[in-house]
Design a protein around this ligand. Structure first.
Ligand code: ZN
Length: 414
């Protein structure tokens, strides 16, 4: 019997693969490399004979084509193997709560860790399903081991059902997504696909083909420091200039805490303070590049206004691009999203289109030449000790992967 997606998932989450922002190596933690070596052995055992891990901890493998058509493009499926460094990820004890009926799910290792329907309305969709949680003190790691388990299970299914016509299917499992480095060493040319899909999303039927565009602004206020006892008329306190600047930011709009949906924001998140020099870093987010520029002009004007109040001070403003809305790329390849919609519908699910208020590896991969929207993997409560996933959602994601391989084969002939 092939291993089920649930059993595979329960096995994966017990490996500690947390990434570490403080590390400069790739992958950032040895646990990820251990996981990847085991994964390669597993992929080879199910018949993916070219499965391999490179020096940076990226695993790639191929499900060979079954179609006779030569026009079917290679497509890829991608998941990340690391889990968030924000939460404990060692010693994960997964628990399967069978046949959910709306009851509170109490997690045994912490009396305050209770998954309640009232707090998480997404559970209303899960009646009769088997819900997997951790035990209350760690994350679960469904983000993104659900995606890993789904892709491997779909690959095993395709390898044992060679009668299903499909083109070349490539798989990639990446390290360090949670610390923003997942695309850094991704070899798009070696992957060799027309497009790919990350399996790293939420509830059944979700399809994310739009992400934020993102810039980083670094604003440096220069003051003048001198002995405070003898500073009259000479000291210029850069901390006070920065405070004046922060105070000028709109209090009830354009911020993460006051926006949702398609609204962008500016967000000061780090300040390095000294009298002589104070640096404020802000992230700027918008779905439109023009919206980014508009917000940056506003922030720059407020910074200059603040500096102008302090005679003799100076301000430097730098803007660095972080990533761009993947929609700009996906709009040029409409089949990529259209085929995903078709596959989700064929599996009997309504398509839920969402915009990601953040970036994914897919945002960067899309601009590296690999159009990559994000499909649901069934993850909920990301980066939380109340993280959960349902067995039935994972099974649906496996079905969607298989259906998508078929759709690309069928449509290639049209
Ligand atoms: Zn993820």
């Amino acid at each position: 019997m092939p291993e089920t997606v649930l059993d595979r998932f329960l096995r994966y989450v017990q490996c500690d693969t947390r990434s570490d922002d403080g590390s400069t190596s790739c992958p950032s933690t040895p646990g990820q490399m251990i996981f990847q070596r085991d994964l390669v052995a597993e992929l080879r055992a199910i018949g993916l004979s070219d499965a391999d891990v490179d020096a940076n901890g990226y695993v790639m493998a191929t499900v060979p084509a079954t179609t006779k058509r030569t026009s079917v493009p290679a497509i890829g499926f991608i998941a990340h193997v690391d889990t968030s460094p924000e939460m404990p990820g060692a010693g994960v004890k997964p628990i399967v709560h069978a046949r959910y009926d709306g009851r509170d799910l109490a997690l045994p290792d912490d009396p305050s860790a209770i998954l309640r329907l009232a707090d998480f309305p997404a559970l209303a969709d899960q009646t009769g399903h088997d819900i997997v949680t951790a035990s209350g003190t760690t994350l679960l790691g469904a983000d993104d081991k659900a995606g890993v388990a789904e892709i491997v299970t779909a690959a095993e299914y395709l390898m044992s059902h060679r009668e299903i016509p499909h083109g070349v299917i490539r798989l990639a499992f990446t390290p360090d997504e949670e610390i923003g480095r997942g695309a850094n060493h991704f070899d798009v040319a070696k992957f060799g696909c027309l497009c790919a899909y990350t399996l790293d999303g939420g509830g059944r039927g979700e399809l994310e083909s739009e992400s934020f565009s993102a810039d980083l602004m670094t604003i440096t206020f220069h003051g003048f420091n001198t002995h405070p006892g003898y500073a009259k008329g000479t000291m210029i306190n850069a901390i006070k200039i920065a405070a004046d600047f922060i105070h000028r930011l709109p209090p009830d709009q354009l911020s993460p805490e006051s926006t949702e949906g398609h609204e962008g924001f500016v967000h000061p998140y780090v300040q390095q303070s000294a009298v002589d020099r104070t640096v404020v870093k802000l992230i700027v987010r918008d779905f439109e590049t023009a919206g980014l520029a508009e917000k940056e002009r506003l922030v720059a004007a407020l910074a200059r206004d603040a500096a102008a109040r302090f005679a003799g001070s100076r301000v430097d403003i730098a803007v660095d691009e972080q990533y761009r809305n993947m929609r700009a790329v996906l709009d040029r390849h409409p089949d990529v999203v259209a085929h995903a919609r078709e596959a989700i519908s064929r599996c009997g699910l309504p398509v839920v289109s969402r915009s990601i208020r953040g970036g994914t590896d897919g945002s960067r991969l899309s601009f590296m030449g690999l159009p990559t929207p994000n499909l649901f993997a069934g993850e909920h409560n990301f980066h939380s000790r109340l993280e959960w996933v349902s067995r039935q959602d994972m099974e649906k994601a496996v079905d969607v992967i298989v259906a998508l391989c078929r759709v690309w084969e069928e449509r290639a002939a049209l």
